[in-house]
Design a protein around this ligand. Structure first.
Ligand code: NDP
Length: 295
């Protein structure tokens, strides 16, 4: 380790690691938080080969890296790499935030801020979960990461609907065992109960390719909030579908900013104001889409 060479005058080094990673907005978000709080830091994107996560992490630590956000497909490996875990990371068995101590002999700490990011974003939009009926589409890493914080809000029920139903049943079993909760159930994506839900969370990447899962009309009522974890310059196909049926559509941009704020607070001991950074990111995405259209 060469951390001893890193002096206090150098900006602290952070990064987001993933594959792919070019699309990541995390550097913009963390630099905006840092500017807001007068903290000097450098935050970069690191692409790692699918079989090269640990090597890339070690190389980053050699350069003095103090913390990392972790995205697809490395969240499970990030959890395994750490020696200490937050409760919420332990519940998810996946981590999106790593904290590296200065000394290589001290333990690496792993956290998962995705779930609290979602809950905080819903709260920002005035959406409460207590006593509500929730439907989650998808049973991948994102669903795994948000389940415990969602259950903590004590919804009446959470139904997980997945293309491969076995993955939904697996999560139900795992989280029911851990929480002693009976509010969780699972079903195939093509066999969702035909009653309206208070909150539908699209935790599939289907919107990224403008695909809409096969959803029954009856799941949307006048009071339904339709939350897509994906986001873009325009409302996603899922948001459009839900809005046309009377639901209130929300995208995952705020979740991204809120999970970043939680990571930032963990690393720096100070909580940034997420609201102006939401606006900044929304504008940046709009401008990027304009530039792409002009090309
Ligand atoms: P995973 O690859 O781990 O899981 C994807 C899930 O979606 C699986 O359950 C899969 O089903 C299902 N799925 C994939 N494609 C389709 C499709 N075309 N139609 C229906 N179901 C599909 O991904 P993640 O869980 O990590 O991420 C899911 C989404 O959430 C991504 O778009 C990601 O960008 C977004 N996300 C956003 C965050 C934010 O801050 N806004 C944070 C984290 C994630 P099966 O099991 O059958 O393959």
């Amino acid at each position: 380790m060469t951390n001893a060479l890193v002096t206090n005058t150098m900006p602290q080094l952070y990064a987001v690691i993933g594959n792919p990673i070019e699309h990541s907005r995390s550097p913009l978000i963390h630099h905006a938080f840092a500017q807001q709080l007068g903290i000097k830091l450098s935050y970069e994107k690191i692409w790692a080969p699918i079989d090269g996560f640990e090597e890339a992490v070690n190389a980053f630590r050699e350069r003095g890296g103090r913390g990392m956000n972790v995205t697809v497909p490395f969240k499970l490996e990030a959890f395994d790499l750490a020696q200490q875990h937050s409760d919420r990371a332990r519940r998810a068995l996946a981590a999106n935030t790593l904290v590296f101590p200065e000394s290589p002999d001290e333990p690496v700490f792993a956290d998962n801020t995705d779930g609290v990011g979602l809950v905080n974003d819903l709260a920002f939009h005035g959406v409460t979960l207590t006593g509500k009926r929730v439907l989650i589409l998808g049973a991948g890493g994102a669903t795994r990461g948000v389940l415990a914080p969602l259950l903590e809000q004590e919804p009446q029920t959470i139904l997980i609907a997945n293309r491969n139903p076995e993955r939904a049943y697996g999560l139900v079993k795992e989280f029911t065992d851990a929480a002693g909760s009976s509010s969780l159930s699972g079903c195939p994506l093509t066999d969702i109960e035909e009653t309206s839900f208070d909150l539908i969370i699209n935790a599939t990447p289907a919107s990224l390719t403008a695909e809409l899962p096969p959803l029954p009309e009856a799941i949307v009522g006048a009071k339904t909030v339709a939350y897509d974890m994906a986001y873009g310059a325009k409302p996603t196909v899922f948001m459009q579908w839900a809005k046309a049926r009377g639901a209130r559509p929300l995208d995952g941009l705020g979740m991204l900013v809120e999970q970043a704020a939680e990571s930032f607070a963990l690393w720096h001991g100070r909580r940034p104001d997420a609201a102006p950074v939401r606006e900044l990111l929304r504008e940046e995405i709009r401008l990027a889409a304009e530039r792409a259209d002009a090309d």
